[in-house]
Design a binder for this molecule. Structure first.
Ligand code: ADP
Ligand code: MG
Length: 697
């Protein structure tokens, strides 16, 4: 139950005086539907309106608040001309300029002969001072109220500055006084204000430095958010440990057969990761481990062998892939290994329907299938297991933490719930890993399997397309296969899809039936066919939207062309590029961009040319673009922070993580005074779920 003190913060926006349903809708679109969402909508800058000179002393290019007498209106002579209003003080004349203005409104707000205060940017036109569309027009009595520092907020179409500022001001005045959840000494050392004061200060910056992420008020609020995040994760994790599972000890018989059937030897890194996983499972403490390894580092076989441990111990395992294509590919690739190991696989995706599906469900529930491979269809309620002991989540960044917990909950709780292994090719920087998993155990595959070839990466402007086509022609003559990637940006899927279809048509003109097309709108079987044709060699140029991003494995492909590379996230480009250079021949990756490129975009493409180190790429991307965009999308499964910015607040995150360890060490059930305040913090940041793991207090 949410504490009463937070009721005003979680009330709908329409409970604020003066906010009608129309404004509330716009505010909701911009910030969120509840009062607290306005607390978190911080200014992006400020305008200092305290400068109130005489007209003659107002320099061009500066914001000024000027009191003047309105002398004369000069309506526009024809539509393209502006409407001008002339005003003056004893020092000179100022022209107020309005485009597309309504005359009746101007006559009412700026009546001839009256004294008015205007505030806005002063310009000089033909040697005369003027102000185009003043930001404020007020009566002379309101001059003092205007001469302040105004916070500038991010806006949305249809919502103007004034109603937004007013709504936020109202929300802030009604914000509750909350008990302090920070350690007093820590707060004092950082010289941070109390929560409500921090909120007020963050919304009323007085200098440009006050809107920077390390300003005291902002840092405090960011810390609060990170602390809530870390505390919630720690509570979930503790709960999992307390309800620890049974030890899973395999005898190695399935693993030995599967390894004998592999056409290669495991790398030392793969062996180490497997040992770590086996030790976790044997300890029975409910594993939560991240298996991190760059694209192509061979995570799948590690995950499979880990699942065999569960099977050897008499239980079941499940592997959840982010896409249908990938689930099927895993199933196809693992089937021979499973057969060799004497283990029964089942495939379950959203596409499997009817009697086949019922049969699969029955096999899982009855224990006739040992390992389930599927998509998020595995999460649906009719799916039940006889004894699920290990869940592998492949390419984690597509799933939220919530989904991870849902799948592990499919394990019978009397047996302690499932162990979880998360694999990811996204080299998650430590900061992001901390916010997503808390202190999760990590196994890393740092070396690639032998025989990997370097990929030569080049960036070219789009107008050099003819050269690219020639390069593709040479590659085909040399017997290799080519990926041609067109971006798919969700906002305009139709347009982007059309671009891919156009490119497909162009290339078909040149290369005929060697060209295939695959994109997200294709039905499942069509998608499979397109990829199978490419893998089999019937198609040698595959035009694709980013559906190929994750995991597709066609060793014969050595060339990748990526159009509009500037639109992709760096990590995403790195993953795409990881699809080539797998089959023992060097790869070539051509990044086509449409000029002009901004400085950041240039820097990003440069990093990609310089290094193949996924970790370095991810860290640089985080630095250049900020977390939200790291994976090319906000729906990345990583928490989205409203106040914290991991590119700037990494040190605060580490501090919050340490803080949480101390807090839970001293006051495990959050019952002390500070503990009770921390419960409020959890609710404030909507980590209600974590509170469930505390004894009520
Ligand atoms: P990812 O880590 O990106 O999921 P995969 O598991 O798909 O990588 O492996 C990529 C390719 O490397 C596959 O074709 C796989 O068979 C192969 N592979 C995995 N381990 C080894 C190894 N130890 N030696 C050689 N090839 C390997
Ligand atoms: Mg993979």
């Amino acid at each position: 139950m949410r504490p009463e003190i937070l009721f005003p913060a979680f009330a709908p926006l329409t409970t604020l005086p003066g906010i009608g349903s129309r404004t509330a809708k716009l505010l909701e679109k911009l910030a969120g539907g509840r009062v607290a969402d306005l607390y978190w909508h911080l200014p992006s800058g400020l305008i200092d309106r305290r400068f109130a000179p005489k007209i003659a002393d107002a320099p061009a290019g500066r914001i000024a608040t000027i009191t003047l007498r309105i002398d004369r209106h000069q309506p526009a002579q024809h539509p393209r001309q502006p409407y001008r209003v002339y005003g003056s003080d004893e020092s000179g004349t100022l022209t107020l300029v309005f485009f597309h203005a309504r005359e009746d409104w101007l006559r009412k707000s700026l009546p001839e002969g009256a004294v008015r205060v205007v505030s806005g940017l002063v310009e000089v036109f033909n040697g005369e001072p003027q102000m185009t569309h003043p930001d404020h027009i007020a009566s002379a009595e309101e001059a003092a109220a205007l001469q302040t520092i105004e916070s500038v907020y991010p806006l949305t179409a249809g919502l103007h500055r004034k109603p937004l500022a007013k709504a936020i001001a109202t929300a802030l005045t009604r914000a509750p006084e909350l008990p302090e959840w920070l350690d007093p000494a820590f707060r004092a050392r950082n010289r941070w204000p109390a929560w409500k004061a921090a909120l007020a200060a963050a919304h009323h910056p007085e200098t440009d430095a006050d809107v920077l992420p390390d300003a005291r008020a902002r840092a405090r609020l960011a810390y609060d958010e990170l602390l809530a995040n870390q505390l919630a994760l720690a509570l979930v994790r503790r709960h999992q440990h307390q309800h620890s599972g049974r030890p899973l000890q395999g005898d190695g018989r399935c693993r030995a057969k599967a390894v004998a059937a592999l056409p290669y030897r495991l790398t030392a890194g793969q062996e180490t990761a497997l040992r770590e996983i086996a030790a976790d499972l044997a300890a029975g403490g409910r594993m939560l481990r991240l298996l991190q390894g760059d694209v192509g580092s061979g995570k799948t076989v590690v995950a499979f062998l880990a699942m065999l441990i569960a099977v050897e111990a008499g239980a079941q395992a499940a592997l959840m892939a982010p896409t249908e294509v990938l689930a099927r590919q895993h199933y196809r690739n693992l089937e021979p290994l499973a057969a060799a190991a004497g283990v029964r696989l089942a495939l379950l995706t959203g596409r499997d329907k009817g009697p086949g599906r019922s049969e699969t469900l029955a096999r899982l529930a009855g224990g006739e299938a040992d390992i389930a491979i599927g998509t998020h269809a595995l999460l649906e309620s009719p799916v039940a297991f006889r004894d699920l002991a290990l869940v592998v989540i492949d390419e984690q960044h597509r799933f939220g933490v919530h989904q991870r917990l849902m799948l592990s909950a499919k394990a019978a709780s009397d047996k302690g719930g499932a162990n979880v292994l998360v694999t990811t090719a996204t080299p998650i920087p430590r900061t992001l890993a901390l916010t997503t998993y808390g202190d999760m155990d990590v196994s890393r595959l740092t070396e690639k399997p032998p025989g990997r070839q370097p990929v030569d990466t080049r960036a070219l402007p789009l107008e050099r397309l003819p050269e690219v086509i020639e390069a593709v022609r040479r590659a085909l003559a040399g017997g290799t296969r080519v990926y041609w990637v067109c971006p798919l940006v969700e906002e305009s899927e139709a347009v982007d899809l059309a671009a891919a279809e156009d490119r497909f048509a162009d290339l078909k003109q040149i290369f005929g039936d060697a060209v295939g097309l695959v994109h997200g709108r294709l039905k499942g079987p069509e998608k499979d066919r397109a990829i199978a044709d490419f893998a089999g060699g019937a198609v040698r140029i595959l035009v694709a939207t980013t559906v190929i991003e994750v995991g597709v494995d066609v060793p014969e492909a050595t060339v990748m062309v990526i159009e509009h590379a500037e639109r992709f996230g760096l990590a995403q480009l790195h993953q795409l590029r990881g699809r080539i250079g797998r089959g023992g021949r060097p790869g070539t990756c051509l990044l086509l961009f449409s000029p002009p490129l901004g400085e950041t975009a240039k820097a990003r493409l440069k990093i990609l040319r310089e290094t193949d180190d996924g970790f370095r790429i991810a860290e640089e991307d985080l630095r250049l673009r900020g977390t939200g965009d790291l994976l090319g999308t906000r729906q990345s499964g990583f928490p989205v922070f409203r106040l914290a910015d991991l590119a700037h607040h990494g040190a605060l995150l580490e501090a919050a993580s340490d803080d949480v360890r101390l807090i839970l060490g001293r006051d495990p059930e959050l019952k002390s005074e500070r503990g009770r305040a921390l419960r409020i913090l959890l609710y404030l940041f909507e980590r209600d779920g974590a509170v469930r793991y505390l004894r009520s207090g």
